[in-house]
Design a protein. Structure first.
Ligand code: ADP
Length: 315
């Protein structure tokens, strides 16, 4: 099976145990949970037995080592994670509002991640991996973006493939250079995994069918649209396949899309049909929302099979 590489932020998440808007008074918190969209994605690949690596940068502190230990435990090649002496690992403080939306305090821009650059270990992973998975967040900061774009160029030049999850919030779309980088990656994408409005933000189309047509005409082989609690859809030159959501109690939605993507990409690269990959990815996303902690809900194949056996009767 091809070795999968991703690039980007590795951080910890601390979650307020009370609901409300933001952090205006002392809050009881749980965590630290290992986190960062690319880290969650790659952890899901590893839990399914995929061969994967991540290029990232953490501080020489408990939070950094906690992440490295978790990823290594799940079989990820952590040789591309640089441990920066005297720097700190990024944190995300999260508090849920009563309506289920979230407010965040991030320290990523001040953390070791911000100074990511191409190291010898990173360069050698770009030579040994056959597939690159790009997260839009990795394109939003200059250091990470430079490494991510270099990985895209090198892996595609060797005939490798690319999956892309834009994972982008509208408020960062105006970041200088981001639009051009998103477009540059989209031009090289084989499997595109947008959710919600990202389809429209990146194509300029007004309806779903036009957006999908634009993307297929652009040369993207497969588009997998994540629809949260509504399930997911797959589009390619042969047409469209929908998958109904599994009925679950949503505890913590952070990481669902990353687990979905990790499962879909791993299974497709391992030779599963689009429908089988969609079915298991839909289960990986649904199972992820039932666990507290962004990376805590990533699943092994046995866990997904059991989860499907328990929930698929809902169809
Ligand atoms: P993202 O975090 O990228 O926006 P989504 O929230 O759409 O991703 O979640 C990814 C996938 O996980 C969905 O397409 C669906 O398959 C599954 N999923 C997410 N939330 C739920 C839910 N509440 N119930 C059932 N499945 C869910």
């Amino acid at each position: 099976m091809p070795k999968i590489l991703t690039v980007g932020e590795i951080l910890v998440e601390l979650i307020a145990t009370t609901k409300g808007d933001g952090f205006h008074e002392p809050q009881p918190l749980i965590g630290p949970y290992p986190s960062g969209a690319p880290a969650i994605f790659v952890n899901q690949v590893g839990r399914l037995g995929g061969d994967a690596a991540i290029i990232g940068r953490v501080g020489d502190d408990n939070f950094g080592h906690l992440n490295i230990a978790r990823l290594a435990r799940d079989g990820i090649d952590v040789s591309g994670i640089e441990v920066a002496q005297g720097e700190v690992t990024g944190c995300a403080f999260v508090r849920y509002r009563e309506d289920g939306s979230r407010s965040f305090v991030f320290t990523m821009a001040q953390s070791a991640t911000a100074a990511l650059s191409i190291t010898g270990a990173g360069a050698s992973l770009m030579e040994s991996c056959d597939h690159i998975h790009i997260m839009g967040t990795a394109l939003s900061a200059s250091g990470m973006a430079e490494v991510a774009m270099e990985a895209v160029v090198r892996i595609k030049a060797r005939g490798g493939s690319l999956s892309f999850d834009p994972n982008i919030r509208p408020e960062i779309l105006d970041t200088p250079g981001l639009r051009a980088r998103l477009d540059g990656v989209l031009d090289q994408t084989d499997i595109f995994l947008p959710s919600g409005n990202e389809l429209f933000m990146l194509t300029g189309a007004r309806d779903e069918a036009s957006a999908i047509r634009v993307l297929l005409e652009r040369g993207i082989r497969e588009i997998v649209l994540k629809r949260g609690a509504e399930g997911a859809s797959h589009f390619d030159a042969d047409g469209r396949t929908d998958i109904a959501p599994l009925t679950v109690e949503e505890i913590d939605p952070t990481g669902a899309g990353d687990c979905f993507g990790g499962a879909f990409v791993t299974l497709r690269l391992a030779g599963a049909t689009p429908f089988e990959a969609l079915r298991l990815a839909n289960a990986a996303g649904a199972r992820a929302v039932t666990r507290t902690g962004p990376m805590e809900g990533s699943s092994t194949r046995a866990e997904l099979d059991r989860f499907l056996a328990d929930h698929e009767t809902d169809y």
